[in-house]
Design a protein around this ligand. Sequence first.
Ligand SMILES: Cc1cc2nc3c(=O)[nH]c(=O)nc-3n(C[C@H](O)[C@H](O)[C@H](O)COP(=O)(O)OP(=O)(O)OC[C@H]3O[C@@H](n4cnc5c(N)ncnc54)[C@H](O)[C@@H]3O)c2cc1C
Length: 459
Amino acid sequence: MTKVVIIGGGPGGYEAALVAAQLGAEVTIVDRDGIGGACVLTDCVPSKTLIATSVRSTYVKEAAKLGIDVAEADGRPGVSVDLKTVNARVKRLAQAQSDDTAARVVKEGVEVIPGEARLVDPKIVAVGDRRIHADIVLVATGAHPRELPSARPDGERILTWRHLYELESLPEKLIVVGSGVTGAEFANAYQGLGSEVTLVSSRERVMPTQDADAAEVLEGVFGRLGMTVLGKTRAESVTNTGGGVVVTLSDGRTVEGSHCLMTVGMIPNTANIGLEEIGVRLDDGGFVQVDRVSRTSTPGVYAAGDCTGVNMLASVAAMQGRIAMWHALGEAVSPLKLSTVAATVFTHPELASVGATEGDVRSGRIDARVVNLPLDTNPRAKMTNSKDGFVKLICRQHTGIVMGGVIVGPRASELILAVSVAVQQRLTVDDLAHTFAVYPSLSGSVTEAARSLMQASPE
Ligand SMILES: Cc1cc2nc3c(=O)[nH]c(=O)nc-3n(C[C@H](O)[C@H](O)[C@H](O)COP(=O)(O)OP(=O)(O)OC[C@H]3O[C@@H](n4cnc5c(N)ncnc54)[C@H](O)[C@@H]3O)c2cc1C
């Protein structure tokens, strides 16, 4: 029986364990913080749970536009958030998800060892004094928040997202440093919960890696709801003044707030666990270098998830882990294909995307046609007063094969599936256009966008 040892019990690790167990291997996971990993315990799951509260609270605040009377006597919407209760729910839910996942892997016969692991040899994993022999090792150790020396998080006023769920009351004035996906999600979430939010962005626009039209819509929504976005400036330092924080910007300005949330990137958990000593190559940022079937430079040692720096998403981590096990255990396997990964920014409205981008078209990398259909023409969007957003579709110039898409709107994370299926299955815009969508529905905009990309057949 092949012995597989997995270091790290996040989605990269536990999904791999399930595959390896299914294929008849003897599987051990060593994890230091809890099955589910940072994904379930501190990052993805807690943030999306918090955002669910924020979105509901925004719906209540906007309910008056749909004729619902929620106004207090002074004319302001009667919504207030008890952050202690919200955070208790977030933590409870995260722990329950971790417990469910742990129970599932144990049920499949996987051994779980709590503790910190390191490699002493490509085939020996050490946990304290214990030595575990492995035929195959998978490193899935994840990553942790990057810290700036001049803005060290203290857990009280200067925070990383992993501190947020310990707060007992809502930050009155929250300064979010970093306007990538994580920064934008939290800035928007706390805005929805009732904090006054300032977002410090080093770039010209927020979320520079996302579709430019989508980022523009979201920046417009943020501003309309009162967020201050300070663009093209960096936080040089952050000081806890006792009663609040002062953020000093690179242009010399200072911003005062009650709390500062630092979202300035991730550092892989790859130091001091014996990787380089056994020949595993890391890149300059410390990320494990892997090929498309998750092999590292050391035979028999695979890596998956955030520690590889490959599109840092839970879904990608899980797929890398599964691919590693299929490959290691001799199954037929398709190498990881990033061009079909669907991703969502969980702002309100959501921003979901898959496949090729408009940037690919503009740069000439692909020969394609693009349509952008604003949501405010969609009847369902009008009924629900969800006018911010659009559906963008990209198809190959001549064949009409769907290559990518972007959706900004409520539940875009769910709506994107139709486009993902089209991209994955190489469907054409005609295929999408001939698909029935419910009337009235937001998904009607997907089929309508496809219709507008159809071309008359040559005579
Ligand atoms: C705020 C935030 C929100 C996010 N939201 C989403 C989202 O909505 N959707 C999405 O797809 N992705 C999201 N992500 C990304 C997602 O959380 C990660 O891509 C995912 O956690 C990666 O999984 P992983 O298995 O590589 O690592 P992790 O989930 O980090 O798990 C790694 C595990 O390894 C353990 N470990 C580390 N070193 C050792 C060691 N030496 N010995 C033993 N155990 C060790 C850790 O304790 C941890 O349990 C979000 C990230 C952040 C920061």
